[in-house]
Design a binder for this molecule. Sequence first.
Ligand code: UDP
Length: 430
Amino acid sequence: MIDVIEYPSANAAVYLDLLPPATAHHLAGLSKELSGVKTLHINSTAYGGGVAEILHSLTPLSNALGVQTQRVVMTPQDVRFFDVTKRIHNMLQGAEGRLSDAELAIYYGCLDDIAAEIEQSDLNADIWYCHDPQLLPLGVRLNGRQAGARIWIVHIDLTHPNPWLLDELLPLTGAYDAMICSLQSYVPAGLPDGLDVFIAPPAIDPLTAKNDAMSPDAAAVITAALGIDAARPLVTQISRFDVWKDPWGVIDAFRMARQSHPGLQLALLGLSQADDDPEGAQVVQSVREYAAGDPDIYLYFSPDGLPASNDEIVNALQTHSQVIVQKSTREGFGLTVSEGMWKAKPVIGGNVGGIRLQIVDGESGYLVNSADEAGQRLSALLANPDLRHKMGQAAQERVRQNFLIPRLLDDYWQAGVQAHAHALAHAPPK
Ligand code: UDP
């Protein structure tokens, strides 16, 4: 099934005001180049996880800046599709193994169905942005009147991909005019000749309820409503319950820091379990056992979808916490890092993937290689409010300069302009 998601229009001027002037100017130039061009983003979940988060903001902003943009979500008929694509996700991040023929048949079969449905619909665009491995096989299946430029955007940490899977999937990129990775170091070797590769690290929307400035009092009220003692120190990790986010390591670091800071509390918030991530419940169960009934560890999990207040809860916990943790062992980017930094908080992040791009170690947070290291940094930060303040200010400025959503739109548009020209140059004669 395919669904088009409609958004109310955004106020572009407010975003432009937040940007360095050169970025705003560049964006305006690109929007002129793309005027009259239709763009479309397609991914596999309407909510939950970073991609949905980005598209939710990027779509209305793109329209507000004058480039007609649609957001489409695919829902597979076969419920096993997401089990397969979660395996693909894990394998692209380094998990061992191979997909069975049956799994590949589910994967490709679902995309055949989606492509057929697209062909029968009135969807069309000049530039198709297909997100993540879930949509990778679509490129070669798009044809006829819908065909325009095709861009595959991969948001995954591809530092240690499973070689068998890479061999299976990389030929599919040959159907695209361009590919976008979050970091240069993720670009896989062996891509087809002629495929343009762009680098576009993700970014956050500063104007959503999740990221807009929240007063300390409002944050304390929401934190208390969650059952947390707002008068005692708090450290938070906001993440889907996923093995790569290492919630166990966060608990270890918390327990270590609590020895020198009795009264410390930990919140692990994973309300946004994505539709396309079926493993969450098992991870929650394991983390719950690991927390062993500790009354100062708060786990929040929502198997029934995102509560309406999710964004305010995320904002409140990030605003109220003394320190934010994102102790991932693999992380394509990690929007939660920029979200925490935007709240002027020091973030302790795993020294991996996109987290390394966001945190300048020792300046705007800390990069850590183990739970012990995280625990030591956490203790030191809790003991030093001046350091927390200084790092927090540096963190917020770093996000302003580099990781706000108009910059990402600019990157996507640049890739779009080039891919569009490429597609026109290679279009079959009429
Ligand atoms: N998120 C949320 N509520 C939660 C947990 C996560 O809204 O309870 C959001 C989080 O704020 C971020 C996104 O989900 O915007 C996760 O993106 P990230 O890049 O950090 O990780 P991903 O889930 O894509 O691996």
